[in-house]
Write a protein that binds this ligand. Sequence first.
Ligand code: Q46
Ligand code: ZN
Ligand code: ZN
Length: 329
Amino acid sequence: MSRSRKPVMKCRHCSEPPVINMRQHKLALCGPHFVEWVRQQTERFIEKYRMFTRDERVLVAVSGGKDSLALWDILLALGYQADGLYIDLGIDGGLGYSSQSLACTQGFMAQHGGDLTLHVVSVADDYGATIPAAARVSQRGRGKPCSLCGLTKRHIMNRVARDYGYDVLATGHNLDDEVAVLFGNTMQWSVEYLARQGPVLPPSHPGLARKVKPLFRFYEREMAAYAIVRGIEYVYDECPHAAGASTIRYKELLNQLEADSPGIKLQFYLRFLQAREQHGLFEAVRQQVELFTCPSCGQPTTNDGECSTCRTWDRIRVRIAHSANHPAS
Ligand code: Q46
Ligand code: ZN
Ligand code: ZN
């Protein structure tokens, strides 16, 4: 009686055991070959989608998580001019989330010899309160901080890119993030968001940087594997406010689909981009948006007057000052 042995899996390029098997690509790779593959692929996507060139200055938004640190690592290895931006949101959640995130970012810089440039912006110092404290008094998002947080982060990224003359702003969104957002936008038929979602967002206003997502074709597990193989220490915990977010539920659902049909997430996203580019899907919506300049911060706004970030934070500061003066009310 012959016993069937499970075939031993090997790296596609050498005889070492693989660190990852990417079923959607039918590709298993060992650590060094996986790192090489990720970098080559990233370079290919940067060129294919005309994200940026080596002459342009790139600002990478780093959160201390695996994706943004992996992105910074990849861009540096490929020889791009990449600096970092860390936004201190002042989120603690019992875990010291923001301070841990900054510590991981600084650890990453030390690993790279310490001569990298990192811009650190504190929301509390620049806007007057941490995100959780501001969310408690803001009417935006009904006490949940994410809407205010997203608005403020975008405002800061635009500001730092403009003030320091960066051509491009790069974020570490991976395929799982992008597909979950696309799924949510499709479920709601949020045509304005669908018209703008993509790996490259050209500047909508003078002085704004182009926004790019060089990792948008990598699965989340690929980025986790990259960070681990490269020995990058990153914050494992999600932001404590992420719990219950609809994107997390969408990710679970999409993972179930992916387990049955490897590659379905990538296909869903790429075919959306194709439909939009080749068939002009949502083109009419894109052309309808008229932008004004906020008189306070100079950033684009859909209102003729102060932008929603300036208005929201003005109200928050008033409420905080009022409650400081009237503690019992
Ligand atoms: S950081 Fe900010 Fe996220 Fe935390 S408060 Fe919400 S939006 S969950 S990406
Ligand atoms: Zn190998
Ligand atoms: Zn403004």
